[in-house]
Design a protein around this ligand. Structure first.
Ligand code: FAD
Length: 423
């Protein structure tokens, strides 16, 4: 058993301090529970802006926030930085890389992992963007590719370094493709003046017949129009099949010569051992009822990306986006407080306030329940909403300054290739 002070209060253990875990923990302040947060990272990360780290627009520290700082003044809150590997529901214990942790109530909010549909070569050779470290790795690879392109002695070798392929036409794929196109236009042309700009090709490959499937057809069309205006080659109805590190192969037999494939095409619930197989639903997500209670367990809950809850408007579960995790966390915190008072729990119902995606400078798409808008105004709305969602005033300020600077100078100044020690 790892060291956590014993308390008379019941203990709520929260696995993961992303959007859902963070909101839940904050809402449980002074709730009469002892709260233990277990996360494998010692910081909360703001995933919607990973693509800006990957394209040298923001530093990782601007979108990450240390957990201990957030909870400095919370009483009877404990943080343990460890990976949870398994759950023993009989003994009400968690197995972690630090040791065992006992719980009274367990809340699983460990999010989602990359999913490659069984394509092992894509798994080992493409670059995903599901953590700050992966975004940083992507930035290093991208910049190193341009250095290698300059040194390449044949046209063919150079082509491989200059063809950039993004797989997956959801919001992340659209955003990263647009950011790469802006980078090509405003930054790479100046830094790598020896390379003709038209030699840098950006492909966005999507298996379905339109981008941004979760949005209306008009918004999908707008996203495509914006990207094509920026010079991105959008390939719809194109499924990828294999990647040997040099050529990306599609199911219809096309081959794209590239040393960089960015993977944004699939995620599945992040799995922790110990739950019965019957607890899992579609996409490796954990099946929960309308109270976020894991099916078949009375004191285990799951929320956010990892949870699969069906409600009338969402028969296949909710979209894996931050507002779902946040709203479920608020509802569960209120229900846990009700439980303490032996009151009835209230079922969750998702309020979809809208979806948005940015494509590039002055180009974004915003879809609200009763309105849609595109272009500069949408871009300003996108920036405002994202800025206000960032944890920490310092981070907000840093991002605002960065964005302002990038906007007026048409430049990002964070193009460092940071290598591990010894390289
Ligand atoms: C690149 C990208 C862009 C996105 N853009 C948007 C957007 O614009 N708008 C939007 O609404 N949503 C966006 N999303 C989705 C959004 O980030 C997720 O829906 C949201 O983060 C889900 O919150 P969560 O609390 O369920 O999980 P997460 O926020 O992913 O948090 C999971 C936490 O669990 C921890 N963890 C995982 N496994 C373990 C373990 N075994 N042991 C201990 N700790 C563990 C992780 O370190 C992490 O802190 C984006 C996602 C990505 C990847």
């Amino acid at each position: 058993m790892i060291n956590i002070p014993v308390s008379e209060k019941k203990r709520v253990v929260i696995v993961g301090c992303g959007f859902g875990g963070l909101k839940l923990a904050r809402k449980l302040k002074n709730s009469g529970y002892q709260v233990v947060i277990v996360d494998k990272r010692n910081y909360h990360q703001f995933q919607p802006l990973f693509y800006q780290v990957a394209t040298a627009g923001l530093e990782p520290s601007a979108i990450s926030f240390p957990l201990r700082k957030i909870f400095q003044h919370y009483k009877d809150f404990y943080i343990r930085i460890a990976e949870v590997t398994s759950i023993d529901s009989e003994k009400q214990q968690l197995w972690t890389t630090l040791g065992i942790i006992r719980y009274d109530y367990l809340v699983l909010t460990q999010g989602a992992s990359n999913f490659f549909f069984g394509m092992k070569n894509l798994e080992s050779r493409s670059k995903p963007m599901k953590s700050v470290s992966e975004a940083l790795d992507l930035r290093n690879t991208l910049l190193q590719n341009f250095e290698n392109a300059l040194a390449a002695t044949t046209e063919e070798d150079q082509e491989g370094f200059l063809n950039l392929v993004v797989v997956g036409g959801g919001p992340t794929g659209v955003e990263v493709s647009g950011a790469l196109a802006d980078m090509r236009k405003y930054v790479l042309g100046k830094d790598y003046a020896e390379i003709p700009r038209e030699k840098i090709r950006i492909y966005l490959v999507e298996g379905m017949n339109r981008l941004l499937m979760a949005l209306s057809e008009r918004s999908s069309e707008k996203a495509r129009e914006f990207l094509e205006r920026l010079g991105v080659k959008v390939m719809l109805n194109t499924q990828v099949r294999d990647y040997d590190g040099k050529y990306l192969e599609t199911a219809d037999g096309q081959k794209i010569h590239t040393n960089l494939v960015i993977w944004t095409a699939g995620i599945s619930g992040a799995r922790i051992g110990g739950l019965r197989d019957s607890a899992y639903g579609r996409n490796g997500r954990i099946s929960v009822d309308r109270f976020n209670q894991v099916k078949g367990y009375s004191n285990i809950f799951a929320l956010g990306d990892v949870a699969l809850m069906e409600e009338p408007g969402f028969p296949k579960g909710h979209p894996q986006v931050a507002p779902v995790a946040i709203q479920q966390a608020k509802n569960l915190a209120a229900n846990l407080k009700r439980k303490r008072k032996e009151e009835e729990m209230v079922p969750f119902s998702y309020k979809d306030k809208g979806t948005m995606a940015t494509v590039g400078r002055n180009l974004a798409i915003v879809e609200l329940p009763n309105a849609r808008f595109y272009g500069t105004f949408a871009w300003l709305v996108w920036m405002f909403i994202h800025l206000m969602s960032i944890v920490g005033i310092r981070n907000r300020f840093l991002i605002l300054i960065n964005w302002f600077w990038n906007y007026i100078t048409y430049d990002t100044s964070l193009r460092l290739i940071l290598k591990p020690k010894g390289c």
